[in-house]
Each structure stands twice: as structure tokens, then as C-alpha cells.
Design a protein around this ligand. Structure first.
Ligand code: SAM
Length: 192
């Protein structure tokens, strides 16, 4: 297959914007796959902040990082991503969200449109010029379509002078396939 799959494309975007020594954010740690990927991208001199509201996700992510010998490159934080700016005060190079629920866990704990949007707003302020925020949007579960629509409304209205917004998706797949939204910051927002 020549066209990149959605998760492959998400990783390609992150690797194009994050360099060794920089700071990256995993806004939805889950089983820790993306946190590990980011820890490898930022290298020994960089750092990853990873957030999840479930203790199970935090524990699984810490275990994965430990197994790969990169735990010292990350803070895995048991808190919602809507509180990101409490924890991060420096410039970040990129961020990823995998929306929806933790696979193999409680399907009641899902990401929500309003808190996802609050997190995107905070990340956009911290993001370097040329940095990318990637969202992998799963919308097949209960509440998924409402979250998708809220997020699409928000990102579609971001001013193109400051942020370029892309949607990448396969349009002939069945069963609500996930798609990618990518935001690239191209200019600093005016100070309020
Ligand atoms: N990226 C993960 C991986 O590699 O396995 C999968 C993430 S999973 C689809 C979504 C995660 O978001 C769940 O673990 C869930 O607990 C978490 N979540 C839900 N609401 C959240 C919030 N407000 N802040 C941070 N994480 C949240």
C-alpha cells in the first residue's frame, strides 16, 4: 500500500516537526505507544510530558518506557490534558492526541470535545513555529461524533495566518475509520 495509513501518517508528521533535545507532549497516554515514540524522537536530551486521567494508563505507559530504558525522558502525569499549562512552561515542538477510549479498558472514560479544545488552545500557545499538533480522531463510539463535530468546528475556524489545518482520511472505508487532523503553527499569535 502506497498511501500511508492514518497512524503511520501521524508518526510521520511528528517526526517531521520534533528534533532531538526538544519537548513533546502526548495528550492521551493510553497504553504508552505514542509516549514511547516521542521519547525516542526527543532523544536523551529532550523531554516528553504525557497525560492521562486513568491510573491504569499511567502505569502501563511507565512500564513501557521502563522496558525500553527511556523512563528518564518523560513525565507521565495523572491529570487531564486540559491542565497542560499547569505543568509545561517551555516551548514544545509537537503533540499528539489519540481520541476516544483506552483499548481493552473502561469505554466510559473517553476524551471530550470541550476539554480536548482547551488542551489544543494551550498547546498552540506553547508550540514553536513549524511545530505540529496531531489528533487521531476515532468517532465510532458513543459520544465520538459529538466530539468530532465540536473539534472540527473549532479547528476549521482557526485563522490561517497563524495555523495551517489539515484533515487526512480514507473516504471509502466502512465503520467510521479514524482520521488525522494536523495543526501547524506558522506565526506567533498576537499577545492578548
Ligand atoms: N495513545 C494511546 C496509546 O498509544 O495506546 C491511546 C490513547 S486512548 C485512544 C485515549 C486515552 O485518553 C485513554 O487512555 C483515556 O483515559 C484518555 N483520556 C480521556 N480523557 C482525557 C483527558 N481529559 N486528558 C488526558 N487523557 C484523557
Amino acid at each position: 500500500m502506497k498511501l500511508q495509513r492514518v497512524l503511520q501518517y501521524a508518526q510521520y508528521l511528528l517526526s517531521s516537526s520534533i528534533e532531538k533535545g526538544e519537548i513533546a507532549v502526548d495528550a492521551t497516554a493510553g497504553n504508552g505507544h505514542d509516549t514511547l515514540f516521542l521519547a525516542q524522537l526527543v532523544g536523551e536530551t529532550g523531554h516528553v510530558y504525557s497525560f492521562d486521567v486513568q491510573q491504569l494508563a499511567v502505569d502501563t505507559t511507565i512500564k513501557r518506557l521502563t522496558e525500553h530504558g527511556v523512563l528518564d525522558r518523560a513525565d507521565v502525569i495523572l491529570d487531564g490534558h486540559q491542565h497542560i499549562s499547569k505543568y509545561i512552561h517551555n516551548e514544545i515542538a509537537g503533540a499528539i492526541f489519540n481520541l476516544g477510549y483506552l483499548p481493552g479498558s473502561d469505554h466510559q472514560v473517553v476524551t471530550k470535545g470541550n476539554t480536548t479544545i482547551q488542551a489544543i488552545e494551550q498547546l498552540l500557545n506553547l508550540l514553536k513555529i513549524g511545530g505540529i499538533i496531531v489528533l487521531v480522531v476515532y468517532h465510532g463510539h458513543e459520544g465520538g461524533k459529538a466530539e468530532r463535530d465540536e473539534i472540527m468546528n473549532f479547528v476549521s475556524s482557526l485563522p490561517q495566518k497563524y495555523v495551517h489545518v489539515l484533515r487526512y482520511e480514507f473516504i471509502n472505508q466502512r465503520n467510521d475509520p479514524p482520521f488525522v487532523i494536523a495543526l501547524e503553527k506558522v506565526k506567533e499569535f498576537p499577545k492578548q
